[in-house]
Design a protein around this ligand. Sequence first.
Ligand code: SF4
Length: 414
Amino acid sequence: MTTGSTSFGRRSTRQVMVGSVPVGGGAPITVQSMTTTKTADVDGTLAQIYALKAAGADIVRCTCNERAAAEGLARIVPRSPVPIVADIHFHVEMALAALEAGVHCLRLNPGNLRKADEIRLVARECKDRGVPVRIGVNAGSLDPRLMEKHGGATPEALVESAQIELGLFAEEGFDDVKISVKASNVPLMIEAYRQLAEVTDHPLHLGVTEAGPPPAGVIKSTAGIATLLGEGIGDTIRYSLTTDPVEEAKAGRTLLEALGLRKRSSVDLIACPACGRAEIDVYKVAQEAQAAFETRQIPLQIAVMGCVVNGPGEARSADLGIAAGRRRGHLFIRGEIVRVVPEAEMVTALVEEAEKLMAEGFEARLAAADSTAAKEAEADRLALLGDQGSDANHSEERIDLIAKRLADPRSQEG
Ligand code: SF4
């Protein structure tokens, strides 16, 4: 599959859109990770999602294991800077509630969500809403019937599990699907993906499951993922490490860069998705900032956030950022407000502060903070909360839909 000494060929696959991020079909290979917070903890989960994004994650998965998690997703999705995948095990109603919450993709485990009519119900709903699914087969939770048939979690058993689920989806005319066949045993995982790549053109999500803590977990994951990428197999990857998930995102990004499959830019610009609270045209300001930093060698993570209500908190993992509020820009360093500038000067202020940070360091720039800035930002934040109310994203309406779906899972069926 190798096409030359410095690049790898890619297996040709169909493309699936996870929110705005393409997977497969020649798109850049993406990095995924998973939050470790309770999904019901909206602010904690969003802070981790931003940290993952800053570390290189393109797509983030959150568990949806209970009603409070689904309600959390209704609040998280409109404020997340990356597409959100809901992780579903056992409970079909959690899949339906996650769809009501507005997630961009579902991960279904065919080993523990096994009733054909339930799987078809989810397929119909996903098809109607244009939401893709990852069929996430896992050697550790394989359907016992397949374990028995194949004498254990063999590569053939993992592939057959994915094919059975694909068949059920096909009965509903649904094929917006990517697939994983993970195992903690590296040779088993490699062989399962090789076999799967022979029988389907769906994009593949690579991972060595439960790889454990670093460094062994990183080495095992790299052994499995890099071997397959070198053969042209794989469209999106996740390191499953027993540590802060930021390390997973960093490892995934580092591997792709080492293989020449993703490019690094000097400034790592992150921007919020501009939900109902946005006070500025986030896309425009982010583009202006991107253009301003393009010609500068500033290796910082820099955030452009649409509002001061949540921006500095959500992006506290960024080195530097700016959040909008009441026609002003609130400049922050690692979450701490250091200066308030007129809205028209947001990008200029961001560039100036980035250059000073590079020249003087974080301690000096935090010490030089304008002593009134934090108070002014808090006043703007409270005024905005008063103007916009506490539910600018209409999450409560989605939460009402979740309640209805949980009361009657088939309520949307015609
Ligand atoms: S506008 Fe504010 S709340 Fe909305 S995503 Fe941006 S920073 Fe978060």
